[in-house]
Design a protein around this ligand. Structure first.
Ligand code: SAM
Ligand code: SF4
Length: 469
């Protein structure tokens, strides 16, 4: 793969972002109110409006931001939360990202790559928990070529148990060239996720001193190349704590607008991981850039207002209390029962944990996560219907913005949750789940879909699997 960035310029308007943040340092009450009124229309916000909300500190305004974010989430996504798990395939890496346990100079890192038998065992362990959606994670190394990634994805899809199969594999791996993306796409992936980590070029260079990742533009244009290879479900993200979060939030939006303008469709998901201590790393991020829980909550809510139709992912890097709170303000996907050691689902010995990339904040099992969601009236969903029926990219956004998607999502969540309860749930989780489904069914609008939903539920109870609209 030849890294070629000739003729490319960054589409992140660094100067404009800073000048907006400086200009709007002390927004007036009326201007904030005006923007919040606009946000309620669910048509999104522009960079200037976001710079104002970011710097609005009045407690009453913050409450309003949270209230509107919650409302937008419920209008668009209902109370559904999509569940997934990360599957770490290999931690060989030729980059030297200063914050990551897998960086090449970390001599304490136990390097490992799953053999195909281990990959099958990991997949079986995940299926036996009840997972249907995975994100497969790879270090950046010539070993993890597009052909290799394709082959590992195909192995996962081909690994099935009596009740279980993986129905959607997303990818978090290095940016590829267009040919590489085409190869990976042919294995039937869902989203390809690439985090820019920090959009601030000077900080980026410091954090990524060597290896292919040191090329800011190659990474920044990674998802453009994915789009050119016809992968239209893309995930963007920033690793919070490397630079000023206010800048990163605006830059995430600028990235999203760039994709929307150029390809007619913005990213499918946005991620906003906060940096965690990495094993074997003495990197401590600049305390000036550490993101407090309050700021984290605020930035999630502002993102929800700014891009109402983009999925937002909250991972188990965060502690349980933060997850339980932030989930209210716009998050649409979380992971559950996650392990991030290589081979950690099938084996839980200490050696395997040492192969982890960083330390997780939420170590609950999937069953516990599901039970807590149900007890808080969130409907866990393992739905994969859109991508399997070709409702992706621009098509997906069309369905989503017209509101049509909702008539599928709610029944699909009920169906996949019922399947989970039948096959995997502990008695307590089953009790909480059945109650939630009993409350939810009457809310499905009367009509053809509801009739079909009832029939599909009967078929699930009779032992069939994988029902969707
Ligand atoms: N190697 C590929 C890459 O860097 O894009 C993909 C895998 S990498 C393990 C996935 C993501 O983990 C990175 O994009 C980064 O945001 C995140 N990450 C790395 N170190 C982290 C840390 N200490 N805390 C939280 N997230 C971290
Ligand atoms: Fe390698 Fe990705 Fe970790 Fe960087 S973040 S060291 S590229 S695995």
């Amino acid at each position: 793969m030849k890294i070629d960035v000739e003729g490319l310029k960054s589409f992140i308007p660094e100067e404009e972002i800073w000048s907006l943040l400086n200009k709007n340092e002390k927004p007036t009450h009326d201007r904030v109110m005006e923007i919040l009124e606009k946000a309620k229309l669910k048509r999104g916000l522009d960079l200037e409006e976001v710079s104002i909300l970011i710097q609005s500190h009045e407690p009453e305004m913050l409450e309003n931001i949270f209230k509107i974010a919650k409302q937008i989430k419920e209008d668009i996504y209902g109370r559904r939360i999509v569940l997934f798990a990360p599957l770490y395939v290999g931690n060989e890496c030729i980059n030297n990202c200063v914050y990551c346990g897998f960086r090449i100079s970390n001599k304490e890192c136990h390097r490992a790559t799953l053999s195909s038998t281990e990959l099958v065992n990991e997949t079986l362990a995940l299926e036996n928990q009840g997972h249907k959606r995975l994100i497969m994670v790879y270090g950046e190394h010539p070993m993890y070529s597009p052909e290799y990634i394709k082959q590992t994805v195909e192995t996962v899809y081909a690994t099935k148990t009596k009740n279980g199969d993986i129905r959607r594999v997303n990818i978090n791996a290095a940016p590829l060239d267009v040919e590489g993306f085409k190869t990976v796409k042919s294995s039937g992936i869902g989203t390809y996720q690439i985090f820019q980590e920090t959009y601030h070029q000077e900080t980026y260079q410091k954090m990524h001193p060597s290896g292919p990742k040191s090329n800011y533009l190659w990474r920044l244009y990674g998802l453009d190349r994915a789009m050119e290879a016809d992968i239209d479900d893309l995930g963007i993200g920033a690793l919070l704590g490397l630079y000023d979060w206010r800048f990163e939030v605006m830059a995430l939006l600028a990235h999203s607008f760039h994709l929307e303008e150029k390809y007619g469709v913005g990213p499918h998901t946005i991620s906003f991981p906060r940096i965690e201590p990495a094993l074997g790393s003495d990197f401590t991020n600049d305390p000036e850039y550490a993101v407090s829980d309050d700021d984290f909550k605020k930035l999630v809510a502002i993102l929800r207002l700014a891009v109402p139709y983009t999925g937002m992912i909250l991972t188990a890097r965060e502690p349980i209390e933060v997850r339980n709170e932030v989930i209210n303000y716009g998050v649409s996907q979380i992971d559950g029962g996650s392990s991030i050691g290589i081979g950690a689902y099938a084996a839980t010995d200490e050696e395997t944990t040492k192969k982890s990339q960083f330390v997780l904040g939420d170590n609950r099992s999937l069953d516990e996560v599901v039970r807590e969601l149900a007890e808080h009236n969130f409907i866990p969903s393992w739905c994969t219907a859109c991508y399997r029926l070709g409702r992706t990219g621009e098509d997906f956004m069309g369905y989503s913005k017209s509101g049509e998607i909702k008539s599928y999502c709610q029944p699909n969540a009920i169906l996949t949750f019922t399947e989970y309860l039948n096959d995997y749930a502990s008695p307590e989780t089953k009790k909480a789940g059945i109650k939630l489904i009993e409350d939810e069914l009457p809310k499905v609008p009367e009509g053809k879909i509801k009739e079909q939903l009832k029939l599909k539920l009967e078929r699930l109870y009779a032992g069939e699997h994988d029902m969707y609209f």
